[in-house]
Design a protein around this ligand. Structure first.
Ligand SMILES: [Zn+2]
Length: 45
């Protein structure tokens, strides 16, 4: 389950828009590197 950022209601995880208010739902990006991971990558160069 995730929550609509606009109205705060629980919405289906697979939903692209909120069924209550119609706001577009943004997927959380897990692919973003943390600062620690960036430093590790730079150390490899
Ligand atoms: Zn909503």
């Amino acid at each position: 389950m995730k929550y609509c950022e606009k109205c705060g209601r629980k919405v289906d995880t697979d939903a692209d828009i909120c069924p209550y208010c119609g706001a577009p739902l943004h997927e959380m990006q897990d692919g973003e590197l943390s600062e620690e991971e960036l430093l590790m990558l730079l150390g490899l160069l």
